[in-house]
Design a protein around this ligand. Structure first.
Ligand code: PEP
Length: 248
């Protein structure tokens, strides 16, 4: 009943010209996609990509959104600015934002609320570091990120969570399908306990962390995994399309 969602996170890659080339290569390859397909691209690529995806199955996402409407927030981009371009999804709280740019659960919460208030669909990222995992703190860390990041949200219809173990991002190391399923199961139980059973049943939770054409089938076969947030492999049309078309 939960429609799978495969989203690319291009991070700080691709100029606008390169972005259009990638989209043009991708379009025919995902023309019959069964899951929802999203590309989250750098701000400078958004207008060009919005134009390039017209008439295709590909939906547009950004990689962050400001928590304020407008004003003195140098370097930030507002929800209204994104909406005007046709952005539908927005990644919030990616581990690289948390690690390098001081993003906290409180700022994730503020950005998520701002996205929802403006009709954007947040992909809220959570995940433990290797150190936290080795100290058996995974569940404690995830519970805090989920509860604080989503505090005060009452309508989860448009919310997506991406479980991304930090040690698996860009490293080539993937959580085993079984492990990812178990941890996402824990996130779902946390959602159920705090936001109710209906929310937990309907909420889409992606896995992210070195998902690729080789491991996608195994990961997506797991009951709790509703899609993927894909970094490196989303930068090659063939690889991303293979992931999108994992069922074929
Ligand atoms: C990501 O950055 O969200 C990600 C999952 O990256 P990668 O697929 O490269 O590990």
């Amino acid at each position: 009943m939960r429609k799978p969602i495969i989203a690319g996170n291009w991070k700080m890659n691709k100029t606008a010209k390169e972005a259009v080339e990638l989209i043009e290569a991708l379009k025919p390859l995902v023309a019959k996609a069964k899951p929802e397909v999203v590309v989250c691209v750098p701000y400078t690529d958004l207008w060009a990509v919005a134009d390039a995806i017209k008439g295709s199955k590909i939906r547009l996402g950004a990689e962050n959104v400001a928590w304020a409407d407008k004003g003195a927030f140098t370097g930030e981009i507002s929800a209204e600015m994104l909406k005007e371009i046709g952005v539908e999804y927005v990644i919030i709280g990616h581990s690289e934002r948390r690690q390098y740019f001081g993003e906290t659960d409180a700022s994730v919460n503020a950005r998520t609320k701002q996205a929802l208030a403006n009709g954007l669909k947040p992909i809220v990222c959570v995940g433990e570091t290797l150190e936290e995992r080795e100290k058996n703190k995974t569940n404690r860390v995830l519970k805090k990120q989920v509860l604080e990041g989503l505090a005060g949200i009452t309508d989860f219809t448009d919310v997506v969570i991406a479980y991304e173990p930090v040690w698996a991002i860009g490293t080539g190391k993937t959580a085993t399908a079984e492990d990812a399923n178990k941890t996402i199961g824990f996130i779902r139980r946390t959602i159920k306990a705090n936001f109710g059973e209906d929310v937990a049943k309907a909420l889409r939770i992606q896995y992210g962390g070195s998902m690729n054409p080789k491991n996608v089938k195994e990961l997506m076969a797991e009951r709790n995994i509703d899609g993927g947030l894909i970094g490196g492999a989303s930068l090659k049309a063939e690889d991303f399309a293979c992931i999108v078309n994992y069922k074929d």
